[in-house]
Design a protein around this ligand. Sequence first.
Ligand SMILES: C[S@@+](CC[C@H](N)C(=O)[O-])C[C@H]1O[C@@H](n2cnc3c(N)ncnc32)[C@H](O)[C@@H]1O
Length: 268
Amino acid sequence: MHRPLPEHVARRYNSPEGQLESMISEGHVHLGYWDASNPSSSYAAAAHKLTEIMIAKTHIQADQRFCDLGCGVGAPAMALAQAKQCYVDGITISSFQQASATARAQAQGMQGRTSFIADNVLTMPFDDNTYDGGWFFESIFHMGHREALHAAHRVLKPGAALLIADLTALPTITPEFTLFAKDQMYSAFIAKEAYPELLAETGFELLDITNISSHVMPFLVPKIKDTIDTYKAEILKHLDKQVIEETVMTFQYMADNLEYVLVSARKL
Ligand SMILES: C[S@@+](CC[C@H](N)C(=O)[O-])C[C@H]1O[C@@H](n2cnc3c(N)ncnc32)[C@H](O)[C@@H]1O
């Protein structure tokens, strides 16, 4: 399986498209979660809800240290630090995102609890056995799963919990989509069935895999269309119409080929 190049991923999140994405998702640069309690939620509100679900799955205690591996513009890290009163170090490959996360933390008075660096998770400058918990929140498919898990294993303390929100390949994934994911999304998706062996090989105990696809994937196209309508004037200042059409097409393609899982593991 190919491994996305970090410079391609950085370029994607530094681009006008990547910058706009963080604006319309109100800082939660991941997909949304919809259920009976929020069927009419906007994309951004549902993305925030998925952050809340991830936070509820962490076991981090007050004043412990947490690493956010692929942290976007910092909104999930700040929500976690606020909810759990822990310290969060975030790392993103994008210099735009690091600057944006740092500015957000300052604006919210969170700079004492959160810090953000622009670097590659696979070679991150954090010490061994440092963190009491960590997550890959919709980021591991940009890194190469095995290499990313080895990197997380190094910086986590023994016994620390790792959470992974991942898009995984449906059994019916097409070769055309796999190629599109490589060339246009700078991503390599694995099947959820690969997780038990992969985690065992990289020194983790698998605790749980929850498939939340039905709360995410069917909503993608209608919700992204609503969001585009809401922000159309702003979006058209930065991107042309074709990029908007391609975004809707990409969401449809993802819904047809991917599922969404939340994985809980523990460093052995
Ligand atoms: C879909 S965004 C998710 C951002 C954030 N976790 C969130 O939920 O808002 C993917 C993130 O992974 C980061 N990323 C991808 N590859 C990376 C790498 N090799 N090292 C550091 N960050 C990486 C990107 O910079 C981006 O912040």
